[in-house]
Design a protein around this ligand. Structure first.
Ligand code: 5AD
Ligand code: SF4
Length: 466
């Protein structure tokens, strides 16, 4: 009998990837996705810990799920509730204490054990006969076996697919919770990645974004080849070259990178692989060397500019995106100015910026000289105004050019489809749905702060997805 599965995914693309894998993993148990938690036999919150007050958001969502669970029980139906992801990893048992109606708590490294957890909970449920499921299970290990070995191959793919190749982080930036929730750095073996990429392309992917918390630290084992008799380690540059040989795979991207791990091989790859898109998300966080040191970023502003320069030499049209934190402990007006100066020098095409806020257990939380909230807000607005202006300036440079746009989604406005240029600009266009899944040349006529648009420029008959 088919059962309904509801998953709410918070946060980054890695969680989107994990939620897709969880869906695939539960298909053999007859779980089908639903958007309606009221109908769910199993509800999963796949949580993220990176934003402020992440726990509160999860507990309030749990409260809402509880109401659905109670309603269903009154009608004689059950709903199992599970919490996964980084908040689950950090909170563990505390979730069961605060929300005893939750049955399963699992971390990002243990979700492959979900079928066993469900079986165990169902057995308990039978024993308790309609009085709930008994005490929940908490599995927040960092197991020796890799979850990737237990996951089924993907069952479906969108035009623009994600592929997780690396997880965890050993960098320990002083503001960041990731090394504690996602654990030590791990790279998947080359063969597994190639196999999954081929499968995604068979299923219709035209673009693959390789994912990892620190993706360019990738160093995966490759099998012996005829030219090399022993197993070897591949960096991201080498891996990208190999992925680019997959027929039908038209676009490659990777995110998120650390400036320290941009090695020459990877930089060269940007000049050598046409499928590798000329856009890179490369977080800098701050333009001040004093703050970069306090953040334990292991690079200076000059190092960052040097990397940008080398990438531009390899691929002159490359555009950059970044993350910024304002109001890190000890940030002075001069430090803030240094960040604004760096933005002006690089001229980012996109960016994300945040006010610093304490993450439990991270070193920066107990640093002296925490910055006043009002000053953080003021600095954030100033930075965001500048970033917005830079983004618009970048978008305007594409007016009058022809951009190959990969249309991969239905737009919010009826009749509109949405696509992306090589530079990750969003392109809403009134056009037939048959263009979904295709790369189509668009003559850009208008540029806005967050998008660009134009008209179909191809004189050739438009290729239609099979
Ligand atoms: N406060 C504010 N922003 C943070 N980020 C990570 N931790 C914090 C924090 N404690 C931001 C960084 C990172 C992005 C994913 O989130 O800019 O690159
Ligand atoms: Fe967090 Fe990124 Fe720093 Fe790792 S490199 S600690 S994921 S900000």
């Amino acid at each position: 009998m088919s059962k309904n599965l509801y998953i709410k995914t918070y946060g980054c693309q890695m969680n989107v990837y994990d939620s897709d894998r969880i869906t695939d993993l539960l298909k053999p148990l007859n779980y089908q996705l639903t958007n309606d938690p009221a109908q769910a036999d199993l509800s999963i919150l796949n949580t993220c810990h990176i934003r402020e007050k992440a726990e509160q958001k999860v507990y309030s969502d749990l409260g809402r799920l509880r109401e659905h669970q109670t309603n269903r029980r009154q009608q004689g139906d059950e709903m199992l509730i599970a919490v996964g992801g980084c908040v689950a990893q950090a909170e563990g048992d505390e979730i069961l204490r605060q929300a005893p109606y939750v049955s399963m708590v699992f971390g990002p490294q243990t979700y492959h054990r979900l079928p066993e957890m469900i079986a165990q909970i169902t057995r308990q449920q039978d024993a308790y006969k309609g009085k709930g499921a008994g005490r929940g299970i908490v599995d927040t290990d960092f197991p020796i076996e890799s979850k990737f070995d237990s996951l089924p191959i993907p069952q479906s793919s969108s035009t623009s697919a994600f592929l997780s190749i690396q997880e965890g982080c050993d960098k320990f930036c002083t503001f960041c919770v990731v090394p504690y929730t996602r654990g030590a750095e791990y790279s998947r073996p080359v063969e597994d990645i190639l196999q999954e990429a081929k499968r995604l392309v068979e299923l219709g992917a035209k673009e693959i974004t390789l994912l990892g918390q620190n993706v360019n630290a990738y160093h995966g084992q490759a099998l012996r080849t005829s030219s090399h008799s022993s197993a070897q380690e591949w960096g991201l540059g080498r891996l990208l070259h190999e992925l680019a040989t997959i027929e039908g795979l038209q676009r490659l991207r990777y995110t998120t990178s650390h400036p320290r791990d941009m090695d020459q091989d990877l930089i060269d790859a940007h000049g050598q692989i046409p499928q590798l898109m000329p856009f890179l998300h490369l977080p800098v966080q701050s333009g001040s060397d004093a703050l970069l040191k306090a953040m334990n970023r292991k690079h200076t502003a000059k190092d960052y500019l040097h990397v940008v320069d080398s990438l531009r030499k390899a691929r002159p049209d490359i555009a950059f995106s970044s993350d910024f934190i304002v109001g890190f402990p000890g940030e002075t007006a001069q430090d803030h100015q240094a960040t604004l100066d760096l933005v002006k020098e690089v001229g980012f095409a996109q960016a994300y910026s945040f006010k610093y806020s304490v993450r439990p257990g991270t070193p920066a939380g107990s640093m002296d000289l925490q910055v006043k909230e009002s000053l953080k807000t003021e600095r954030l607005y100033e930075l965001q105004d500048l970033l917005k202006e830079r983004q618009w300036t970048f978008n305007k440079t594409k007016v009058g050019t022809v951009q190959p746009v990969l249309f991969d989604r239905i737009g919010k406005v009826p009749g509109q489809i949405l696509g992306k240029t090589p530079y990750m600009q969003s392109v809403p266009l009134e056009a037939p749905k048959r263009l979904l899944g295709c790369i189509t040349d668009i003559l850009i006529q208008e540029a806005y702060a967050n998008s660009i648009t134009g008209i179909i420029s191809s004189l050739e008959p438009i290729a239609v997805a099979a």
